[in-house]
Design a protein around this ligand. Structure first.
Ligand code: ATP
Length: 486
């Protein structure tokens, strides 16, 4: 349509110029109107999805493609009943569910769940993100919200579906507390428009629309969004546990030649804290490493290297100086020695090959998922973290900036001891306790553990030195070699 109008206009201008009429004012007016349309009105026009290009309803993703979220999926399925059985719901006089909020850390499968919900209900699916609504031009965010709902309705009717699911990722950007943005009112207007559109959803209107929002900061959302009748169903999407991680590994390794499926059990056990996205990336990296080596299948060592890569980043070509490499050898040997002494069996490997921002690192063996800690365990972790700097000090009489992230970790753990009532302060309320008191307690915990760590390392100084010298020569040690040396 726009193209036709432009063609006709151009033809008209050429014709008028040909018959001798002055066309300068017409050209000026055309440029002015065109500019206004492009720079102002055009700003709000985004296609939220390629409407109508795929006539297939749903997204091709089903709940079977999601691992480790069984209870979240069950809750979501219950919420979707109203789309699947609209007549029964209407008969009972139940008001339609308008919004479901998926709350959880990044990469846990919130987008997958929204897509699977569309397949499950046979709904048209449109996805967007809160950041797409925030515009420097006043009124454009609100316009985009209107357009989003229109696009969803159009897509549903093109696909002959009675329902549409709108997925809004990063909902906190669009739906943050009103009045909290001091720059301009644009955010508030956009949110108001979303509320208006949500209120406009009813049983009578076809297609029925369900909004699925995703956020990892539910505390930032405006209370109007969370009140009954809007996003009143909250589904927690959590980091997967060991069984969940095993299932996710199965899903993503399903099309890959893994040497032995028991490797996946082991990897699931050693990836506590990994999200689904991490695990997907892990299987992919392992396959890439196997391909690089022209291996026929993916082995345990490929997976181990992939874990390091996902946690720390690519191996780096940067070459630290010989003096730095020696220091790193002592640093990592300190970590490993204390780790094995505090928790026997905990060291899996250590290396001084730089990777990501680390010049070396020690990898722990697979542990069972753990959610509760006693003070001794947290202290043990603090000692392991402090041991790198302590080993450097024993060898050189000083330590380097390489220990900065270890200290950060120590501080976090010491704070955890204090805040959870495990310190000598007893039960404290963080907000009511003076900062100096908390600071002093953390300092004391870290100070005494620093002393203890150094004492233990001094007792085992011979082991520390022989370990450091071996790793300096061999660059990496696996557990067997490490035990042999000890
Ligand atoms: P974000 O909050 O950052 O948007 P998200 O929670 O929406 O993240 P997804 O986009 O759904 O996460 O996940 C990213 C990718 O990670 C998926 O495409 C999938 O490959 C993998 N993934 C994440 N969670 C799971 C899971 N539970 N099961 C299987 N794969 C998963």
């Amino acid at each position: 349509m726009k193209e036709m109008a432009a063609g006709v206009l151009l033809g008209l201008i050429i014709f008028l110029a040909f018959i001798g009429i002055n066309v300068t004012p017409l050209i000026l007016i055309t440029l002015l109107v065109g500019g206004f349309y492009f720079f102002y009105l055009g700003q709000g026009t985004v296609k939220f999805d390629n409407i109508g290009t795929d006539i297939k309803v749903g997204t091709g993703i089903t709940f079977e493609h999601i691992g480790g979220q069984d209870s979240a999926i069950k809750e979501l399925e219950e919420a979707l009943e109203f789309i699947i059985k609209p007549e029964a719901i209407k008969k009972m006089g139940i008001r339609p569910l308008k919004g479901v909020l998926l709350v959880g850390p990044p990469g846990t499968g919130k987008t997958l769940m929204a897509k699977a919900a569309a397949s499950y209900t046979g709904s048209a699916f449109i996805a967007t993100s809160g950041s797409e609504f925030i515009e420097v031009y006043a009124g454009m965010g609100a316009k985009r919200v209107r357009q989003l709902f229109n696009d969803a309705r159009k897509k549903a009717s093109k696909q002959n579906s009675g329902s549409a699911i709108i997925f809004i990722d990063e909902l906190e950007i669009l739906g943050g507390k009103r009045g909290s943005h001091n720059s301009h009112m644009e955010y508030d207007q956009t949110l108001n428009q979303l509320l208006v559109e949500m209120d406009g959803i009813s049983f009578r209107s076809e297609p029925s629309i369900l909004i699925i929002g995703a956020t990892n900061r539910a505390d930032m959302l405006d209370s109007a969004l969370l009140r009954p009748g809007r996003f009143d169903r909250h589904v927690q999407v959590t980091l997967p546990d060991r069984v969940g991680r095993r299932r996710i590994l199965d899903i993503h390794a399903g099309n890959k030649p893994v040497e032995d499926s028991s490797i996946l059990d082991e990897i699931a056990a050693s990836t506590f804290g990994f999200s689904g996205a991490h695990l997907e990336s892990l299987t992919n990296e392992a396959a890439i490493l196997a391909l690089r080596e022209n291996a026929q299948s993916i082995s345990r060592s490929h997976f181990h290297e992939a874990i390091d890569k996902v946690i720390l980043g690519e191996k780096l070509d940067k070459k630290p100086s010989p003096a730095e490499i020696e220091r790193v050898s002592f640093h990592e040997s300190g970590h490993a020695l204390i780790s094995e002494l505090v928790k026997p069996g905990s060291v899996s490997s250590l290396t001084i090959i730089p990777r990501g921002s680390a010049l070396g690192f020690m990898r722990k063996t697979a542990q069972n998922d753990q959610y509760l800690y006693i003070r001794e365990e947290l202290e043990g972790d603090i000692m392991v973290a402090l041991a790198g700097a302590a080993a450097e000090e024993i060898k050189y009489g000083n330590y380097s900036t390489g220990a900065a992230s270890d200290f950060e970790q120590c501080w976090k753990l010491a704070m955890q001891i204090v805040e959870t009532g495990l310190s000598s302060l007893g039960v404290v309320k963080r907000t009511d306790s003076p900062d100096e008191v908390i600071y002093k307690e953390c300092k004391e915990i870290i100070g005494s553990l620093e002393k203890k760590t150094k004492e233990i390392l001094l007792i085992h100084q011979d082991s520390l030195f022989s370990l450091a010298e071996t790793i300096l020569a061999e660059e990496s040690l696996d557990r067997d070699r490490f035990i042999e040396l000890l």
